[in-house]
Design a protein around this ligand. Structure first.
Ligand SMILES: NC(=O)c1ccc[n+]([C@@H]2O[C@H](COP(=O)([O-])OP(=O)(O)OC[C@H]3O[C@@H](n4cnc5c(N)ncnc54)[C@H](OP(=O)(O)O)[C@@H]3O)[C@@H](O)[C@H]2O)c1
Length: 265
């Protein structure tokens, strides 16, 4: 698909899935707006994108701060006059039991992963509806469908993202605007650099390359579907869990509790 002249805003673009998605959209000719808190890191990604000779903009913004997001939305719409794709990707996770996780750590995951997505949606959706075109891509996780021990607040933020997106999906019918959730399994990014992951094995043998997920993000930006699970076969695992919860939940719980052991000792 040709994205020439299209304006794509990506939150969490300073690393991992967001940075790779920025590159994939730049390759397709999109004007890419790179958003995260770390301006220096965004500049590095921006420099990498210069080879694609497309317009880019670095915008430092903490998505958990609604005033900053509101200002960002107004500035971008004023500068470019349009918004074609919003990728709500900024997010992080803290790995610990509920008992040992501090309340402000729980709140910060909800503020960035869920409220941040909501603030950005509120900042750009009215313009999309007015122009009767645009697509919102929300990067959730398989942890938005399966509760993982040690990641309660993270899972809650992604379950919330999925619920919000499903409601929005129905509301948007016939408006020319779409929303699609991308739900990957484990991805090899800086996500696991958070100190709380400590002794936990950082990646599994099945963990994904960020490029695989970035390709799914690009696909999602023109998809009529509500959710794209990456890899696709994991949708079957989610279906199994939702259809036979009494059978599948104890197995899933047991698998994850084993990797949780160092935290419990
Ligand atoms: N890695 C995985 O296994 C995995 C699996 C499923 C889903 N995901 C989801 O994929 C998304 C991207 O994560 P990743 O794996 O690419 O991790 P990552 O490499 O750590 O990237 C996270 C990005 O989010 C940004 N960010 C964090 N808090 C922010 C805030 N308050 N405001 C603005 N930007 C913020 C970070 O930039 P700054 O620090 O510069 O702000 C960074 O660019 C997340 O939503 C994550 O939940 C990841």
């Amino acid at each position: 698909m040709d994205y020439s002249g299209k304006v794509v805003v990506i939150t969490g673009a300073s690393s991992g899935i967001g940075a790779q998605s920025a590159e994939e959209f730049a390759k397709l000719g999109a004007t890419v707006i790179l958003v995260s808190r770390n301006e220096g890191q965004l500049q590095k990604i921006d420099t990498k994108l210069s080879k694609y000779q497309t317009e880019t903009l670095v915008y430092a913004c903490d998505v958990s701060d609604k005033d900053q997001v509101d200002k960002m939305g107004k500035t971008i719409i004023e500068k470019f006059g349009t918004i074609d794709v919003l990728v709500n990707n900024a997010g992080f996770g803290i790995y610990n039991t509920i008992e040992k996780t501090k309340i402000d750590e729980m709140e910060s995951q909800m503020s960035t992963n869920f409220l941040g997505m909501m603030y950005c949606t509120k900042a750009f959706l009215p313009k999309m509806l007015k122009q009767r075109s645009g697509h919102i891509v929300n990067v959730a996780s398989v942890a938005g469908s399966i509760g993982i021990p040690g990641m309660a607040s993270y899972c809650a933020s992604k379950f919330a993202m999925l619920g919000f997106s499903e409601s929005l999906f129905h509301e948007l019918k016939g408006t020319g605007v779409g929303v699609t959730v991308v739900s990957p399994i484990m991805v090899r990014t800086n996500f696991f650099n958070h100190e709380s992951f400590g002794k936990m094995p950082r990646y599994s043998v099945t963990s994904l390359d960020p490029k695989t997920v970035a390709n799914a993000v690009v696909k999602a930006a023109s998809s009529p579907r509500l959710e794209i699970v990456v890899p696709q076969f994991v949708r079957f695992v989610i279906w199994l869990k939702q259809t036979f919860p009494y059978l599948i939940n104890p197995i899933v719980g047991e698998i994850f509790r084993k990797s949780m052991k160092p935290k419990l000792d």
